[in-house]
Write a protein that binds this ligand. Structure first.
Ligand SMILES: FC(F)(F)Cc1cc2c(N3CCN(c4nnc(C(F)(F)F)s4)CC3)ncnc2s1
Length: 490
């Protein structure tokens, strides 16, 4: 990068949100390519000034103009910007004239520069550790922040082929002439040896949700800006957000949305949906539409291998007491996870399904069986059907996995939930097993072939346990032979 442009310097000193928006607009619309270091430093500085105890001051703030910010001086940003340039250029040979492509050694070297300059030990999951502002002022970064810093460092060194690759819970880089080389550049989770420098997901991790079946979000420079904006964290403390930071994030996400840079980024669309649910913008589409757009983006560009678009939508329906719709979203989320093998790196999504199964669904059953709900879901066979599909997906997720998913803690809420549906409602649910395209296939001994690993290995299966049923009648003679053993035992 050639340093901060005059047109951007002219916006300083920055005193309000619209100046920050204008800076991002300048960078996204006319810069040859947006300067990741500049934008991450500015976004991080704004976030830090409004959320970190030091100067956010927790005294009751006098009602200020909602878009005013603590003044951001140009010299502050310039100092941090040139510090980043110096760190990178003193450690790694710049790519004069953008001529060559990055190599694995180069990427590893940039990752080492970031890695070795971090504070020895600090609480890695703390908020506000995602930006270059945090890196340059506090020598602290979270897992995402390290990956982002490596990509920003490679940009500063003139390697325009190095890009951010994102799964739902991990980040790495792609590089090389065809952008098909991959490399780990950060750590993942707790107590796992980092694999920095190695290629992505060759081993058992290939089937884990963590690597989304090799359907990660591969960012352009503009999508890398969307990632840094998505990673803005407005939290002031466990219960409150700094509304100016949330407002800035929402405005920036709409700017990126309007420019088309969220099209292939389901989680960023989901983030915008969450912000819109809290503070809907005049004249903008409803948050429910955004959650649908995130789902269709994942279906269109990522072969429907992502879970979060459905749990974003399910969470929205749940918060708005649309329980029938929530069951459908969660069953769709479960249809995604069923094709993966559960591995130790998948804790985040395990916790997501655990919370849905053992907190959210039991809460819904309690409310719905309190007798005051006229139009109760307990009378709806499609709700029972979607519940079974939800549980069956988790059962299938476990099948063929080295690590078990279910334990007795899952069974109690499951039994409790299923028993809330009367027999005549359950009898209206039809479980038609077998590959939808070629009807039903039978196992030699008259039951149904349900080697679920077959599906995971070959992308098809002779029998999808419950997963391909129409929601009308459950033929009792078949009903038990197709349930996952843990359900059959109930
Ligand atoms: F880079 C990593 F390692 F951090 C992986 C990424 C995470 C993530 C994200 N998240 C994670 C999921 N996330 C969710 N918030 N609510 C969720 C749901 F459970 F409601 F679906 S999922 C918050 C935003 N939003 C944009 N981009 C990314 S890239």
């Amino acid at each position: 990068m050639a340093g901060i442009r005059e047109i951007d310097k002219a916006l300083f000193p920055i005193k309000n949100i619209s100046s920050v928006i204008q800076l991002f607009k300048n960078q996204l619309e006319d810069a040859c390519e947006p300067d990741l270091a500049l934008l991450s430093i500015v976004a991080g500085a704004v976030e830090n000034s409004l959320t970190c105890r030091s100067n956010a001051g927790l005294q009751v703030c006098e009602p200020v103009e909602p878009t005013s910010l603590p003044v951001l001086e140009l010299h502050t940003i310039e100092a941090l910007y040139s510090k980043f340039q110096t760190i990178m250029k003193s450690a790694v040979e710049p790519n004069k004239g953008f001529k060559s492509y990055a190599t694995r050694e180069l990427v590893k070297k940039v990752s080492d520069v970031v890695w070795n300059s971090l504070t020895r030990s600090y609480y890695k999951d703390r908020a506000h550790l995602q930006s270059l502002y945090s890196y340059l002022t506090g020598s602290k970064l979270d897992c995402f922040g390290v990956a982002f810093a490596v990509v920003a460092g490679c940009q500063a060194l003139g390697y325009s082929d190095v890009h951010l690759a994102l799964s739902e819970d991990h980040a790495w880089v792609v590089f090389g002439e065809r952008g098909t080389e991959t490399a780990e550049v950060t750590w993942h989770g707790k107590g796992n040896e980092d694999k920095r420098g190695q290629e992505i997901g060759k081993g058992v991790s290939a089937r884990s949700w963590l690597y989304v079946n090799n359907k990660p979000v591969i960012c352009t420079r503009h999508m890398e800006v969307a990632a840094l904006v998505s990673a803005i964290n407005p939290s002031l403390n466990a219960t409150h957000d700094a509304f100016e930071v949330a407002l800035l994030q929402q405005e920036l996400l709409w700017l990126l949305y309007d420019l088309g840079h969220l099209k292939k980024y389901p989680m960023a669309i989901g983030n915008l949906g969450d912000l819109e649910e809290i503070a809907p913008k005049e004249g903008r589409i409803a948050c429910s539409i955004l959650f649908e757009e995130a789902i269709s983006s994942a279906r269109t560009y990522y072969n429907n291998q992502h879970v979060y678009p459905y749990t974003y939508q399910g969470g929205y329906f749940y918060r708005n007491k649309m329980y029938k719709e929530a069951f459908e979203s969660w069953a769709n989320a479960s249809d995604v996870i069923r094709l993966y093998n559960y591995s130790r790196d998948d804790e985040e999504i395990y916790k997501e399904f655990l919370e849905i199964a053992n907190e959210l669904i039991p809460h819904i059953m309690k409310v719905e069986s309190s007798g005051f709900s006229a139009n109760t879901i307990l009378k709806k066979p499609e709700c029972f059907a979607n519940l079974l599909r939800f549980y069956d997906g988790i059962c299938q997720w476990e099948e063929g996995s080295a690590t078990p998913v279910l334990h007795i803690g899952w069974a109690k809420p499951l039994v409790n939930t299923i028993s809330k549906f009367d027999a005549e409602v359950r009898a209206q649910v039809d479980i038609v097993c077998g590959r939808p395209e070629d009807g039903v296939s039978k196992r030699a001994n008259g039951g149904y072939f349900n080697n679920n690993n077959y599906e995971k290995e070959n992308g098809t299966s002779d029998t999808d346990l419950l997963s391909s049923f129409s929601s009308k009648t459950l033929k009792d003679d078949q009903s038990t032979s197709n349930f996952h053993p843990s359900i059959e035992a109930l």
